[in-house]
Write a protein that binds this ligand. Sequence first.
Ligand SMILES: *Cc1c(COP(=O)(O)O)cnc(C)c1O
Length: 843
Amino acid sequence: MSSASGGCDGSLRYVRRVTSSDATAPHPPVPALELPPTADGFTAQFLRNLNFDGGVTLADASTNDRYLALARTVRDYLMLHALADQQRQAGAQAKAVCYLSAEYLLGNQLDNDLLAGDLAGVAADAMAACGIDLDELRRHEIEPGLGNGGLGRLAACFIDSLATLGVPSIGYGIRYEYGIFRQTFEDGQQVEQPDAWLTLGAPWEQPRPEAAQTVSFGGRTETVDDAGTVRSRWIPEWNVSAVPYDYLVPGFRNGRVNTLRLWRAKATDAFDLRIFNSGDYEQAVRAQTFAENISKVLYPEDSTPQGKELRLQQQYFFVAASIRDFLGRLPEDFDLARLPERVIFQLNDTHPVIAVPELMRVLVDEHGMAWDEAWAVTQQCFAYTCHTLLPEALEVWPVELLGRLLPRHLEIVYRINEEFLAAVRARFGDDEMRIRDMSIIAEFPVRAVRMAYLATVAGSRVNGVAELHSQLLRDKVLPAFAEFFPEKFTNVTNGVTPRRFLRLANPGLSTLITDAIGDGWVTDLERLHELEPLAEDAAFRAAFAAVKAGNKRRLNEVLQARDGMRVGDGHLVDVMVKRLHEYKRQLLKVLHVVSEYEGVVSGRIALADLQPRTVLFGAKAAPGYAMAKRIIHLINAVGSVVNTDPRLDGRLQVLFPPNYNVTLAESVIPAADLSEQISLAGKEASGTGNMKFALNGALTIGTDDGANVEIRELVGDANFFLFGMTEPEVAEIAQAGYHPAAFYQEDAGLRRAIDLIASGAFSGGDRSVFEPVVSNLLYEDRFMVLADYSAYMAAQQRVDAAYADQDGWTRAAILNVARCGFFSSDRSIRDYIDRIWHTPPTT
Ligand SMILES: *Cc1c(COP(=O)(O)O)cnc(C)c1O
């Protein structure tokens, strides 16, 4: 098993070679590590890290010590590439992509970096030589949950693809001390636990305190006469220090390593000391807490902005530090008029949009650039990705708050708006309706800055994240802007990285694919098309089915260990994992389960006719989102009744493992037969979970929404269970007035399901527990669950019928894999390059 011939006795036999005594002479990176790596070299470096970094011997090392040393060792090898990369790029004047995102949902780093650096083999050998169980160290890792869901995971997939494609780029974000909460259930209800991911050490990050930036807030502006030109100047009131923590982002086996730079807020020393010296220690501690709060917690919400001052502080904090950081990388004498040749700042949703007035301020106030020139530069340096269709999710900042926190930025926004509205008037005349419609400043209910409008006016491009979404952006969300700036609007359909979500998550399928078509698909996912003919090959189908069965066993091991749960033998594995939100319609899935349950207990469905199924949910609800939390409670309540009712004989199971995250996704998705993508048409911008499932050979039951549309077009109607209203149908019903109770009256099956919930059957007879859910469905049902219920039930019958033909199902699953290569985030990044960034071609 081990090729570590030297073995590993825990002693130290390795001395770092000294290369040069002339400190001023440039020297190549110290070749302390051999490339390509060997098990001996890896073992030696692991021991060095254990001894010198961890301060323990192998014999005394805890699991955490070993994990930290292993992580350090992997990072050391990647660092060799990173240093070489830096040397290659020094002096190169390539245009860089700065991806600005308030969230990065990274997932575990160890396996990702072992894969990208091609280190898995030597690491396994080295650990074996040291008598260490590598799997135990894998399980020890805590993923950095620095994002809520799809948006943050997209950013993580994109930085992976940027590195793999060799695009010069930096990801910028926030190093939250507490990421997304850890979810537990008590009596079926969500309880949020703090996510203390940093407590046992953070081996993947490297603090760079010497590269700290100062970020200012508050105060006032004043005008000064600068040799005849009247200029505005910001006199801020308080500062915080932004300290960068760098993560290595390795490309897949290409020697490229990009940086993810996450900022941590710290009190500035000067501020601290002044108060300390005055003897007011409490005040000093308060000041420190105040400053450091900025990067303390990730806002645990998705799709609805909370108008919180701290949130705006977070946004400005990270973009101000990032812009300064990037400009600091340019040569001293760089002509900022040429900035667009060197950078594009991609705004991941509206969270970083305050970067627009910040860049204007830096150019005009700090560098003395004329306003018009600065505006021309700024417009070329930004592009904006919109991620939503829900009007309530379009971020606005009250003018009162913005003016208090960032007075100069508010002035700049006003001037941008004035000039923009003048241009609108010049084109359309004094059409006051239109002016009010397009103003960056909303007047009601309070004066507020519409960040999506600001981004649209400032950005060189505005993109939606799936074809349907981009069309709805143009037609419904920003129609006046699409008319005014038709050339700005474009689409880039989202994607997911095939490295993490296929190669790592599904080793069985990866091997099967590689055996069939070679391993080029890992970086060229369209090659999965070569699998198509194999759908007709009985031996391949059998092997494919065996992989799926193996993945279900693997999932069961994970679920057993984690939650004491297991998927039923021979069950159709029916999965709905994603943030809990009413628009995603977990309730529709619950109604299906309740209907099946009711059917069996009432005798309408013979038990023998019930396709054995395990319905697996995973979902976190934002802590302040009461309805979402009630729906979680309902899912658990239905599960505990259905799972234990002897009349069902275990043929219908509902599992809801808590704390859905990237790590759990990697176990669940490869085991799924059926992927639930059942949002109300016109509400899901794209979805990326849908792509992960299809690529892993699950069939989708879905509405014509988001990227489902493109998935269905690619895999074909015969390999996709489409149901429900289309977006125009939804719009029509909404226009005419939607009456959910009518559906309840007309559909006996729906009535029985809702009545059963209302009766208290899932709440120990207490009718009040789920009354708010029931009355919401009957009298409001904003996302038209009841209108799509019968179509969904019919589609589920088609699923059952299709699953009865196992061989046919497997054929369809293979075709899903073969036809979904389009959904690689590598393709998304190429689209960004072609349509938006115009960075040089990649190798
Ligand atoms: C992919 C992913 C998501 C996004 O899922 P959707 O179904 O597109 O909403 C959310 N959370 C995690 C952990 C993911 O991996």
